[in-house]
Design a protein around this ligand. Structure first.
Ligand SMILES: Cc1cc2nc3c(=O)[nH]c(=O)nc-3n(C[C@H](O)[C@H](O)[C@H](O)COP(=O)(O)O)c2cc1C
Length: 205
């Protein structure tokens, strides 16, 4: 069982418990395990071409739509693409190697995330993107956020094809798919993170 399957299995167990007033020790442990596993999730680097079922796509998008936003303005628009030909065209427009790390064509499902110019637009769009990322991971997929090729989707011909409103700008694409085993591993191959003391301060009484 890979890590994501483990998360999924544990999440299913915990989901069945949700709504109860109290949890016993074993249930508490399994919640802790889910969090511990989730902390290890890193970006997927390469994907299989196995398509993502419609039901999963709907759940992922719904997770994004239910994200919080400042004053609940929901300043996002998601363009969901499963058409390889279009993704290859976007890679080409972005001057990106179609077989490289930055390619949007390397995954079976891509969500182009755009926001309008509202005050917290980018922040809210980022939150929505990560909600989709979390949902996709819980469903057993790997995800990768890319900005480079995504920006090419702002070219008028793509915006039109993707029904992205004129006043919205694509800032990132979320690549989703089954992660190829033995690609960059979430633990051993992960990009390093700054030490906690550099990034967090705990003010205690
Ligand atoms: C807004 C945003 C844009 C990103 N754009 C790119 C990109 O264009 N190309 C890329 O390879 N990674 C991109 N990344 C991925 C980051 O490089 C990655 O999250 C970071 O290196 C941590 O990787 P890890 O989670 O695998 O350790 C982007 C991430 C975010 C949040």
């Amino acid at each position: 069982m890979n890590r994501r399957d483990a998360i999924l299995g544990m999440a299913c167990g915990v989901a069945a418990l949700s709504g109860r007033a109290s949890v016993d020790g074993a249930q508490e442990d399994s919640r802790r395990e889910i969090v511990d596993e989730f902390i290890k999730v890193r970006q997927a680097q390469r994907f299989t071409q196995e398509s993502v079922p419609e039901e999963d796509i709907q759940s992922i998008v719904t997770a994004g739509l239910n994200a919080p936003s400042a004053k609940n303005v929901q300043p996002w628009f998601f363009a969901v693409v499963t058409d390889k030909d279009l993704l290859k065209e976007i890679d080409k427009a972005a001057n990106v190697n179609p077989n490289g790390r930055l390619s949007v064509g390397g995954s079976p499902l891509v969500v182009f995330v755009s926001t309008n110019g509202s005050e917290y637009g980018l922040f809210d769009g980022g939150v929505a993107t990560d909600r989709m990322n979390v949902a996709a991971n819980l469903l057993g997929y790997g995800c990768k956020t890319v900005a480079t090729a995504a920006k090419a989707a702002n070219e008028p011909e793509f915006k039109k094809k993707l029904h992205i409103p004129d006043n919205y700008t694509v800032f990132a694409a979320l690549l989703i798919g089954k992660e190829i085993e033995k690609s960059v591993d979430g633990v051993s191959g992960a990009t390093t993170r700054a030490p906690q003391q550099e990034k967090v301060f705990f003010y205690k009484k």
